[in-house]
Design a protein around this ligand. Structure first.
Ligand SMILES: *Cc1c(COP(=O)(O)O)cnc(C)c1O
Length: 333
């Protein structure tokens, strides 16, 4: 089987660095969607709790319920609940969904500041406030998301300035509607690491906590993937290995097959190109539960940094990590 180790020291190192940017642990909302970016939802939730993180962001109601005891505040990005909760906040992504939330739900309003994916338009702010009031929902915060915080272009500044004017208008509306002061947040990892003057109420930090934000070298990867050997054989010069025989041995060599493949979430796209963190070559086509390497070791470190693994698969660390199946064993070291 393949298995995952989670490095607690590296995780805490990353949280220290993130806290130095937010200036307080309390302003870190750790993003745990998609099984905590493949790291394991319950494992990362309990480590974050041990470190002293109080806020989390997830995608669904089910994820939120399963980590309720680890956090004081949970933001759900994409579910409408059956009943309100005192701890879980729900995102309004569309003005027409407001009447679908049950009365007394704690809600946060997503505003489109330029990404044009989710959220209401600035010109809909007043009608959104009216609909929220009519539905009996409790509006606590407004937030937005950057479309290119990781690219050093002016778009980040443009979206910040759009969101700034939304904040001003929302504050005025909050007064007019007699609401308690609103909270605001906009930063993901890349956005948080672009500024030394972070001043919002929280930052929603995913990839930086897992140590795969390329903009900061001091962050250390948390997840490593290993696999166990199933068999070894000597392959003679000219013999070919695996489905379609896409690898041909140029010299006699020992090839071992390891008990993992795309069925475990390892990217088939990097077949015959992939090289492990310690320089061991993967050969032939990666199959569902089998992958061959030029190696004899009983146990192989496949990768210790998803950023490197992503490069051979022509993708991003986020996809490498979230592809890893929940069924893989995860061990905290
Ligand atoms: C996934 C997500 C984040 C976290 O992004 P990172 O780049 O991993 O920090 C933040 N906010 C929203 C709305 C997201 O969907």
């Amino acid at each position: 089987m393949a298995y995952i180790t989670l490095n607690k020291n590296n995780f805490f190192n990353n949280l220290d660095i993130i806290a130095s940017h937010t200036k307080s642990k309390d302003k870190i909302a750790i993003v745990l969607k998609d099984n905590a970016y493949g790291h394991g939802l319950t494992e990362i939730a309990s480590l974050a709790n041990e470190y002293g993180i109080k806020k989390a962001v997830v995608r669904s109601e089910e994820e939120a319920r399963s980590i309720q005891n680890n956090f004081e505040y949970i933001l759900v990005l994409a579910s409408i609940p059956d009943k309100p909760s005192s701890k879980i906040r729900y995102t309004i992504n569309d003005i027409n969904s407001i009447n679908k939330f049950p009365k007394d739900t704690l809600v946060e309003l997503k505003v489109d500041s330029g990404m044009h994916r989710n959220g209401i338009n600035k010109i809909e702010l007043r009608s959104a406030f009216i609909k929220i009031k009519d539905a009996g929902l409790i509006l606590e915060a407004l937030f937005t998301h950057h479309r290119s915080a990781d690219e050093l272009t002016s778009e980040w500044f443009w979206q910040n300035s759009n969101f700034k004017s939304v904040k001003e208008e929302a504050n005025a509306l909050a007064q007019e509607f007699g609401l308690t002061p609103l909270r605001f947040h906009s930063a993901n990892s890349a956005s948080l690491f672009r500024t030394d003057s972070f001043d919002e109420d929280m930052a929603r930090v995913g990839i930086a906590s897992y140590g795969c934000l390329e903009a900061c070298e001091k962050l250390l990867p948390v997840l490593s993937l290993y696999a166990d050997k199933l068999s070894s054989r000597e392959v003679k010069k000219g013999e070919r290995v695996g489905y379609g025989g896409i690898f041909t041995a140029k010299v006699n060599c020992v090839v071992s097959n390891y008990n993992f493949g795309y069925g475990d979430g390892f990217l088939r796209n990097s077949s015959n190109d992939f090289v492990t963190s310690s320089g061991v070559k993967q050969i032939g086509r990666i199959s569902m539960d089998n992958s061959s390497f030029i190696s004899e070791s009983e146990n192989l470190l496949i990768f210790e940094n998803a950023v490197d693994a992503a490069k051979t698969a022509n993708t991003i660390s986020y996809e490498v990590l979230t592809s890893l199946k929940t069924s893989l064993k995860r061990e905290i070291i």
